[in-house]
Design a protein around this ligand. Structure first.
Ligand code: FES
Length: 192
């Protein structure tokens, strides 16, 4: 099991650069804003999609691209939990533990995940499939307890059976369809 040290002990990717098509895409992002610096979040998102996580090498590349101090880009990346500052397992389980979810049973959800996967918060399973993090409010307060996995939300995880169904499906590389028809519940997926 690996923990999530910060700054990461693995400083990352070495020399990194954009492909031609990524450079074109970034130019399009920059063109949407009156100032180059305003594109920092979409460019970080593109970088994470491509490099897997935001090492200091990647942060420096984004900074150079947008003509910003690396410290500014790092401050944005470290503010948002959607940006990975260290390598994670294939499925990053980000469980909201803020008030509404806490009252709805977030600690039970975290315990169930820890017991089923044999890891604690901040760790990754030995097979590299799952990492677990606590995060603050993900704006699904009416349907807690909930977690974000990659770009998908899994909501109303109120009992072990619901949690197990999601974890088993993810482990078998056959994630539940979204929105989950059994829940009669709006569920968000960025890619849907
Ligand atoms: S409190 Fe959990 S999503 Fe808002």
């Amino acid at each position: 099991m690996a923990t999530f040290p910060y700054p990461p002990t693995d400083q990352g990717h070495g020399e990194v650069s954009w492909t031609d098509s990524q450079s074109t895409e970034i130019d399009g992002m920059i063109a949407r804003y009156p100032q180059k610096r305003a594109a920092v979040m979409p460019v970080l998102w593109l970088a994470q999609d491509h490099f897997g996580w935001l090492s200091l090498d990647v942060i420096r590349l984004v900074a150079k691209t947008l003509e910003l101090p690396p410290s500014h880009v790092l401050s944005v990346a470290t503010f948002y939990t959607m940006f990975k500052k260290q390598p994670t397992g294939t499925h990053l389980l980000q469980v909201c533990h803020t008030l509404s979810c806490d009252l709805a049973g977030a600690e039970g959800l975290i315990s169930r995940i820890e017991n089923k996967l044999g890891i604690k918060v901040g760790e990754t399973t030995a097979d590299g499939k799952f990492s677990l993090q606590r995060v603050e409010c993900l704006a699904a307060c009416g349907s807690g307890p909930m977690m974000q996995v990659g770009t998908d939300y899994y909501e109303l995880l109120k009992d072990d059976a619901a949690v197990d169904a999601v974890l088993d499906a993810l482990a078998s590389d056959n994630p539940p369809s979204l929105p989950r028809p059994e829940m009669d519940q709006w569920t968000y997926s960025r890619k849907s």
